[in-house]
Ligand binder design. Structure first.
Ligand code: ADP
Ligand code: MG
Length: 250
């Protein structure tokens, strides 16, 4: 009887020790069905996360699902785009049941169409309208979709590297968890090209839309996530009526 009690106490102490070390890293649930299980409960709070994939691989929908996860918990979210037009974008997102107009009215969602050139100026001058919106609206989740067109502004490799570093430094200073998308064709065999590696992100998630003989299949993998024991597998996912659903997560 006494022995049993001792074992219990030891176990309890061990558990609480485990918890306290886990507490040091604060996680932000993405709420993308089954994705959080692959990354020990979510993105690290205030981290900068890069989602890479070819055209049509699901980057925008993945990013918006991360935004919707926040909105549904009452978080204020900002979506910055260099490419999408607001009206069409809202119409497309409504297909997943995401009424962005409604969330905009409630002050939970901000859509910002931004010219890449403006970001360049912002980096040179510091601050700018994105930063103002983040501070004023107390934004906690930011998506920048995509940074590819921004990268195109710079011709010389060194210039591009410096700008990428400046952009990431700026984002790191914001009190937000951010998700940036980058368009890059990735084949599952060769992995990432040099484009993505210029960006010093805390995590890199790759979306594949891989063909077999008859059809294409969607997969995702976590290439890197700082401080996280993440899944090393390729996970099949679908774009369903409710958005992205990841399969094969335990
Ligand atoms: N309502 C929908 N239901 C199912 N699949 C969709 C729907 N809308 C778009 N898709 C799929 O998602 C793809 C576009 O995803 P998107 O996130 O915009 O890709 P990316 O941003 O990587 O270019 C489309 O080409 C289509 O295959
Ligand atoms: Mg897109």
């Amino acid at each position: 009887m006494v022995k049993k009690k001792k074992v219990k106490i030891i176990k309890k102490q061990f558990k609480s020790k485990e918890n306290s070390s886990a507490e040091k890293v604060q996680k932000v649930l993405t709420y993308i069905p089954n994705f959080d299980k692959l990354i020990q409960g979510g993105f690290e709070k205030n981290s900068t996360n890069l989602v890479v994939g070819g055209a049509g691989s699901g980057k925008t929908i993945f990013a918006m699902q991360f935004v919707m996860g926040g909105i549904k918990k009452g978080e204020k979210c900002l979506y910055v785009t260099f490419e999408e037009k607001k009206d069409q974008f809202y119409k497309h997102m409504l297909q997943f049941g995401w009424n962005l107009e409604d969330y905009e009215k409630k002050g939970l969602f901000t859509f910002l169409e931004y010219a890449p050139l403006k970001v360049k100026t912002m980096l040179e001058e510091g601050g700018g309208s994105i930063e103002n919106i983040i501070l004023k609206n107390k934004i906690s989740r930011v998506v920048i979709d995509s940074i590819s067109s921004f990268a195109l502004l710079f011709e010389k490799e060194l210039e591009k590297k410096e700008a990428a570093l400046a952009l990431f430094n700026m984002i790191n200073d914001w009190d937000c968890t951010s998700l940036l998308t980058l368009e890059e064709d990735v084949s599952s065999r060769d992995g990432l090209g040099s484009k993505s590696l210029e960006f010093e992100a805390d995590s890199i998630v790759i979306l594949y839309y891989a063909p077999d003989k008859k059809e294409r299949h969607r997969y995702l993998e976590i290439l890197k996530m700082r401080g996280t024991k993440h899944s090393t597998k390729m996970h099949k996912f679908d774009i369903a009526k409710t958005g992205v659903i990841v399969h094969g997560a335990r």
